[in-house]
Design a binder for this molecule. Structure first.
Ligand code: TXA
Ligand code: MG
Length: 343
């Protein structure tokens, strides 16, 4: 029996030998209506049987997630996705053929089998066929879809390693499968295809231009962190989200003098301030830490949450992040930095 005070069991599944037994343990718990943290290619997810409302309720409880925030349903095939939605049209098929398995969540009208708790009472469901072999093997073995939000306390940074999950949810869940570091590092693109034109509710690695190219038509972006109507549509888009404990400041600067002015303006104590720079090497001695981030959006995204987790662990009080270039590849990174910088 799992008591409330026990720590999660951590099972390593980073080489072929131990994957099978890790999958078996996860499946056993999921079949019994328990929750399990699993790696995906984006971030770690906290999974439950999507068809079992009592199991899904445990996710909300462990995360402290508001009941108004719907959860993505993970499937192992287009066939399984079709069972979760009312109507699987040509557009869904085209997107799935091009981007699945992978970091794209499609929002469609839900079918009867999806309980209301998963969709926060709404008529639509987000479905995603992930590409990480562990979660796919678990879904296949279970034979049912898995509801899984990111495996972090509500409104905190998503986990990209099993250790991140252990730290935030270790005393609230029975099992974490360690599949190593997540390859993508930020959450999936959420695309609502119940509207015309389709609307990006949350930007991700698969960006507006790639979606448009495949659809052969317009795709619109929500100004995700602004309108309150939109927040109701996808509560994960609330302004305050993905936050580190430190205060994150997102600003543009071209040289150290400009950075100095930012530090002054915000009243940061230099030795407690960590800098996430993209372009400028800075002498390391006057700041808490200088982190040189990758110049490619994809590699930057992979490193971002891990660096933010580290800043928190190392006691940073301020994090000053240099504003990335404003091209579509960077859209998801800018979105996460802007939300993390909101008070
Ligand atoms: O990459 C990901 O998507 C990860 C991994 C675990 O798959 N999952 C994830 O889940 O980020 P979560 O719950 O942390 O974020 C899901 C986002 C939230 O913003 C939620 O509001 C939105 O998707 N969402 C889920 N179902 C929705 C629906 N039916 N309509 C609109 N938005 C929805
Ligand atoms: Mg999340």
């Amino acid at each position: 029996m799992i008591t409330d005070n026990s720590m999660a069991k951590l099972i390593s599944a980073t080489d072929n030998k131990n994957i099978k037994s890790a999958v078996e343990e996860a499946v056993k718990l999921l079949r019994a209506g328990e929750i399990v943290a699993l790696p995906t290619e984006t971030v770690y997810g906290l999974a439950a049987n999507a068809l079992n409302p009592d199991a899904v309720a445990k996710i909300f409880k462990a995360k402290g997630r508001p009941p108004t925030n719907p959860i993505i349903v993970h499937v192992d095939s287009i066939e399984m996705a079709k069972k979760c939605v009312k109507k699987w049209g040509a557009l869904a098929d085209k997107l799935a053929q091009n981007f699945w398995p992978g970091p794209l969540t499609l929002v469609l009208e839900k079918s009867e089998i999806i309980p209301d708790i998963v969709t926060a009472g709404g008529k639509t469901v987000g479905v995603r066929f992930p590409s990480h072999p562990i979660i796919v093997a678990v879904i296949q073995e279970c034979g049912f879809p898995l509801a899984a939000p990111s495996a972090n306390l509500s409104s905190r940074i998503s986990p990209t390693t099993a250790q991140h999950v252990l730290k935030s949810l270790g005393d609230k869940i029975p099992l974490i499968i360690d599949g190593g570091e997540c390859n993508i590092g930020i959450e999936s693109t959420v695309l609502d295809i119940t509207t015309h034109p389709p609307r990006i509710l949350r930007p991700g690695l698969i960006h507006q231009e790639s979606l448009s190219a495949v659809i052969g038509g317009r795709v619109i972006k929500s100004d995700s962190i602004e309108s309150s109507a939109q927040n109701l549509k996808s509560p994960g888009l609330l302004r305050k989200h993905y936050s580190p404990n430190a205060k994150l400041i997102l600003e543009k600067w071209n040289n150290e003098q400009e950075l100095g002015k930012i530090i002054e303006r915000y009243g940061c104590e230099r030795e407690l301030t960590h800098i996430l720079t993209i372009s400028n090497p800075l002498p390391n001695n006057t700041y808490g830490k200088v982190i040189i981030m990758p110049k490619q959006a994809k590699s930057y995204a992979k490193a971002l949450y891990s660096e933010l987790h580290k800043c928190d662990e190392e006691g940073a009080k301020w994090i000053i992040a240099q504003y990335p270039p404003e091209t579509s590849e960077w859209h998801a990174v800018i979105d996460r930095l802007r939300r993390a910088s909101t008070d």
